[in-house]
Design a protein around this ligand. Structure first.
Ligand code: SAH
Length: 381
């Protein structure tokens, strides 16, 4: 059966590249791709799919503008253009978040506020970002505006809260630059405490407007569960959580470990990671703000030991500096979490040629309907 009719925006939006396939076929497609790229290293376990592969995104973003008739619209940029495709309901986004965005669009019209015009660089509302904690129920709304001035701010906030009392915090973020980045430097909290809390694998995490947080909470539990199973950490083990972001993986690993060191380049993320460790009363974890490769080189030079290295690099994958020092540090196990099987293949090739052997490959479908593929791989010395 063909799925195409399900989403009217499929062709223009371009966000869900393989939505024309049934979910079973999507999983087959992803399995084939993983086998083709990294099947030569080891047998690939069956991909973990979702029971309900819809509305899984806990983070939703909408751009605001006007159509040809001058009507206010909100939606997504047509792939590789700057044209907004109006979208009120998206099959992969959280439904509550979509509802809130539609309400905001109606409200800005009645408050006579203007959407931002990227060409003329005038107007007010540029984007709305909504993040929802699926288990905590907390909801953050970020209004990204082209100016700091916010006409009828109080009444606007009250009107929004009246329509959606489930919102727990509202932030104004000011972005007055000519940029394709959604968020600007400055944020002002308008309601609540400016962050939301969310539970994952039994721990609580704070999510701020800018911080990276996995967008599919259901599958993140499956992914991290597999990573912990593969890592099989012992009470005396020294564990490294490389590319740790806000510390989620390291914090989950800390329960089983002697000590965990998290390393991350982004300073804000490191600060969040430290706060998260404190929030969960975890004492056997430290976070370092550094380039993961450099940090590993230092560890190797100081002849420190690590038993397990868990690494979760961005799409570009790791680098030779990092991989070489992994080899030098020589942990018993490396658990590699990857969101890009192409760079994963390259990095596994390096490790396979340097005394590591791939023992397990587990793909997890973190992004149904899109072409993106996540894998967790166990290597041992
Ligand atoms: N493990 C985290 C985050 C993974 S995203 C989680 O699951 O939530 C990848 C992270 O790598 C990002 O936070 C990014 O800031 C960080 N990063 C990118 N390049 C890096 C480098 N050279 N050294 C350390 N961290 C890096």
């Amino acid at each position: 059966m063909n799925n195409e009719q399900k989403c009217p925006h499929y062709k223009k939006c371009g966000g869900c590249q393989i939505q024309n396939l049934t979910y079973e076929k999507q999983l087959e497609f992803k399995m084939k791709k993983v086998v083709k790229l990294i099947g030569k290293f080891h047998y690939v376990d069956k991909i973990i799919g979702m029971d309900n592969p819809y509305h899984y995104r806990n983070k939703v973003q909408a751009a605001f503008g006007r159509d040809k008739k001058g009507q206010i619209i909100s939606g997504v940029y047509q792939s590789s253009t700057h044209r907004i495709v109006p979208v009120d309901n998206c099959l992969i986004e959280d439904e509550k978040a979509d509802e809130i965005i539609v309400t905001i669009r109606k409200l800005i019209k009645s408050f006579k506020l203007k959407p931002f015009d990227d060409n003329k660089m005038v107007g007010f509302l540029r984007h709305v970002l909504v993040k929802r904690g699926f288990s905590s129920g907390e909801i953050m709304v970020v209004l990204v505006t082209g100016t700091e001035e916010f006409k009828s701010k109080r009444s606007f906030i009250n009107a929004l809260l009246e329509r959606h009392p489930e919102i727990t915090t509202i932030v104004q973020n000011i972005n007055n630059r000519r940029t394709s980045l959604v968020l600007g430097e400055k944020s002002v909290v308008l309601y609540g405490d400016g962050v939301i809390k969310e539970q994952l694998c039994g721990y609580t995490f704070t999510i701020s407007p800018k911080a990276f947080y996995q967008i599919n909470p259901v599958q993140t539990e499956a992914l991290y569960g597999k990573a912990m199973e593969f890592a099989d950490i012992k009470k005396t083990d020294i564990v490294i959580d490389a590319y740790c972001g806000t510390g989620t993986i390291g914090i989950i690993a800390s329960k089983y470990a002697g000590h965990v060191y998290g390393v991350e380049l982004n300073r804000d993320a490191v600060n969040d990671a430290r706060k998260n460790a404190k929030l969960n009363n975890i004492e056997n974890i430290d976070f370092v703000c550094a380039d993961a490769g450099r940090y590993m080189v230092n560890l190797a030079e100081e002849k420190l030991k690590a038993d397990v290295v868990i690494m979760d690099p961005p799409r570009a994958g790791s680098d030779v500096k990092f991989l070489k020092s992994v080899v030098k540090l020589s942990p018993k196990k490396v658990v590699y979490i990857s969101c890009n099987p192409e760079t994963l293949a390259r990095d596994l090739m390096f490790l396979s040629k340097n005394k590591y052997k791939v023992r397990k490959i587990q793909p997890v479908d973190m992004f149904p309907h899109t072409e993106h593929i996540e894998c967790v791989v166990l290597l041992t010395r």
